[in-house]
Ligand binder design. Sequence first.
Ligand code: SF4
Ligand code: FES
Length: 245
Amino acid sequence: MKYILKILREENKKSFFEEFELEYIEGSNIISALLEIQKNPINTKNGKVLPVSFEAGCLEEVCGACSMLINSIPMQACTTLIKPLIKNKNFITLAPLSKFDVLKDLVVDRSKIFDQLKKVHAWIDDGENKKIDPKIRDELYELSKCMSCGVCMEACPNYNERNDFIGPAAVSQAKLFIKHPLSKNNNKRMNEMVSKEGVFNCGNSQNCKKMCPKNIPLTESIVEMQKASNKYFFKKIFAKFFRKN
Ligand code: SF4
Ligand code: FES
């Protein structure tokens, strides 16, 4: 059985779809299809073209590098099987995530995700040994599964160039490190949460939670951080007021 991969590419600042015909291989996924094209980059017009650029690291949905729009849905190419996608039609479209700068073909620049993590101080400062309450540990473990794939940002209507929103993943990571028993820089994290980039930019579409491949409870994190941010904000105002008087 043959099918077509329609891939959004860019040349001389012009975007266009390039089509490649492939033979279906049982059990294949989007990455294996892209590797086939890399071996033999001949398009449906019978022209030899530049191999399609894409990124992949772990091949098991851990690194987030292969995230792209597959039939317009943000997903990981390494775990998306071809078979269900060609059940009712013989083509699949691939495009880079739209909320990130495109470096080449399907490769986007994810550095802004890592910049957002820096802003919420998403790490522990020292390795002091401390027992963690198993309930908190389990809750934090769920949040720690984030692979910075960008899917929640792609799906969020409020994460766009007209808005400064830091995005659902960074809010969730702020919560993780605020609740962590070894955390120290919570004021820094909370200042980011109440800033113009912060958690009140969320419009409660809940798309982030629906789309997150790791089933991270993003909307719960956002609600919790909104409550904490309200408290923090008023505490800051009162502290300022009493300092003045
Ligand atoms: S929260 Fe989920 S969707 Fe968002 S970056 Fe992390 S793993 Fe990806
Ligand atoms: S290659 Fe790492 S998530 Fe797909």
